[in-house]
Ligand binder design. Structure first.
Ligand code: AHM
Ligand code: MG
Length: 335
């Protein structure tokens, strides 16, 4: 029990929390997922350190190349990708890695091979890096299929088959939000201790919010259901319109949606036929967390976690957040 003015002596670290969670599974848990998540924690701490000192050590700006989907790569993108690939490979717990920054999947060589596949965007929200605005790492974890040695087929599976997903947001503090399939918990990095501490146990998205988060600059391309939905929350009969909040960093916009409620959307439109966000390492992990926190994640017409990916870098429309808000939007699609 914390006493005012006296620091709590009862801290729950992410590792302790996940171990406890896994122990509940009894013999089914080998400890491998805990070790993999420890490796991911280390990468988050390492990336957080680099994000913090980026300006001072000349990490801001372009690396001079483009990534698998044609975006310009920033130095921090490249560094974060290297940090993740090296650490995940060295963990000995992975078989397949898919990164937004790499055109092809990495199939881990036999001597380092484990049973998990990690799909990730090492540093999402790159357009915000130079301005010091929140950015983040997004990841999803599959277990290889029985009998598989690790092939691309192990990750071309619906998001509902993921065993864990999460993100780390690099802002005024580093926040790691994680689900291993039984709810969502948030941890904050205590820089002095070097540990992620449980600060947001059992995150539940409020059933309804008052905020919408869309890039409305694309309105002229939006399809009618989105245009009509946005009109309904901006000109409601109640006379109480929703507030707009859009950072342009998925991790930050989704994090706020989890805590405050409301709806985040990146639709497909007349220009971007499948939207912008990537299915495997952006939409799936965020949809997994959304559902675990009691919200809904849809393309407008289909549950995101049911989509079967055809290729590792494909895109999909995303709407997620408070149950009632997303249901309101879906009514415009079914009308
Ligand atoms: P990135 O992977 O190149 O960083 O792009 C993904 C980001 C998301 O974080 C964010 O939701 C979206 O792009 C913002 O796009 P836009 O600038 O078109 O609004
Ligand atoms: Mg991204």
């Amino acid at each position: 029990m914390a006493t005012e003015g006296v620091p709590s002596s009862e801290i729950i670290t992410l590792t302790r929390h996940v171990l406890h969670d896994q122990m509940r599974l009894g013999a089914a848990a080998t400890g491998d997922l805990t070790l993999l998540l420890t490796a991911i924690q280390v990468t988050s701490k390492f990336i957080a350190t680099n994000v913090r000192k980026a300006r001072l050590i000349n990490l801001i700006g372009l690396a001079g190349d483009t990534n698998s989907t044609g975006d310009e790569q920033k130095k921090l993108d490249v560094l974060s990708n290297d940090i993740m690939v090296n650490s995940l490979r060295a963990s000995g717990k992975t078989a397949v890695l898919v990164s937004e920054e790499l055109e092809d999947a990495i199939i881990i060589e036999e001597k380092n091979r484990g049973k998990y596949c990690v799909v990730f965007d090492p540093l999402d929200g790159s357009s915000n890096i130079d301005a010091g605005v929140n950015i983040g790492t997004i990841f999803g974890i599959y277990q290889i299929r029985p009998g598989s040695k690790g092939t691309i087929e192990d990750v071309l599976r619906p998001g509902s088959e993921m065993v864990a997903a999460g993100y780390t947001m690099y802002g005024s503090s580093a926040n790691l939000v994680l689900s291993t399939g039984s709810g969502v918990n948030g941890y904050t990095l205590d820089a002095a201790l070097g540990e992620f501490i449980l600060t947001h146990p059992d995150i539940q998205i409020p059933p309804r919010g008052k905020i919408y988060s869309f890039n409305e600059g694309n309105s002229m391309f939006f399809h009618p259901p989105v245009v009509e939905y946005l009109k309904s929350i901006k000109y409601p009969a109640s006379g109480k319109p929703y507030s707009a909040r859009y950072i342009g960093s998925m991790v930050a916009d989704v994090h706020r949606t989890f805590l405050y409620g409301g709806i985040f959307g990146y639709p497909d439109d007349k220009k971007s036929k499948s939207g912008k966000l990537r299915l495997l390492y952006e939409a799936f992990p965020m949809a997994f967390l959304t559902e675990q926190a009691g919200g809904i994640a849809t393309t407008g017409t289909q549950r995101i976690l049911d989509i079967v990916p055809k290729s590792i870098h494909e895109r999909c429309p995303v709407f997620l957040g408070s149950k009632e808000d997303v249901q309101d939007l879906m009514k415009f699609y079914s009308a």
